[in-house]
Write a protein that binds this ligand. Structure first.
Ligand code: ZN
Ligand code: ZN
Length: 124
């Protein structure tokens, strides 16, 4: 049972060791390519900043309604560079970037074919 728990934990890596200072990079725990994305919430009516929170992977407002105009609709806004004012409102989302197929696949196939040829000669 312990082994199963360990396995599940590894697959739901929270990328804690991947520090917020980096924009993009590989998580030292799971090796996934991670992009740090900062979000703040804004009131949909007056545009005032609302503190953002992360709940079940979704960026939500920490308030039920806008303290400025009473509006209950909010929009998430992604910020490219976090600053010390926005950090009080912002939430960090560690987004996994899926691996893309590299354009070097053909070159690697050629190298592999050469290797197979050499190996076959050695077997004989
Ligand atoms: Zn990770
Ligand atoms: Zn408002």
């Amino acid at each position: 049972m312990l082994l199963v728990d360990f396995f599940i934990k590894r697959h739901s890596c929270s990328h804690d060791k991947f520090t917020p200072e980096k924009d993009i990079g590989y998580c030292p725990d799971c090796g996934e390519l991670i992009e740090n994305r900062w979000f703040i919430m804004r009131c949909a009516c007056c545009g005032v900043k609302i503190k953002a929170v992360l709940k079940n992977g979704a960026v939500l407002a920490n308030e039920k309604f806008c303290h400025n105009c009473g509006c209950k609709n909010f929009v998430a806004e992604r910020i490219d560079k976090i600053n010390f004012i926005d950090i009080n409102y912002a939430v960090l989302v560690k987004t996994v970037i899926p691996n893309e197929i590299k354009p070097y696949t053909q070159t690697w196939t050629d190298v592999k074919e050469n290797c197979t040829h050499k190996l076959l000669q050695q077997i004989r």
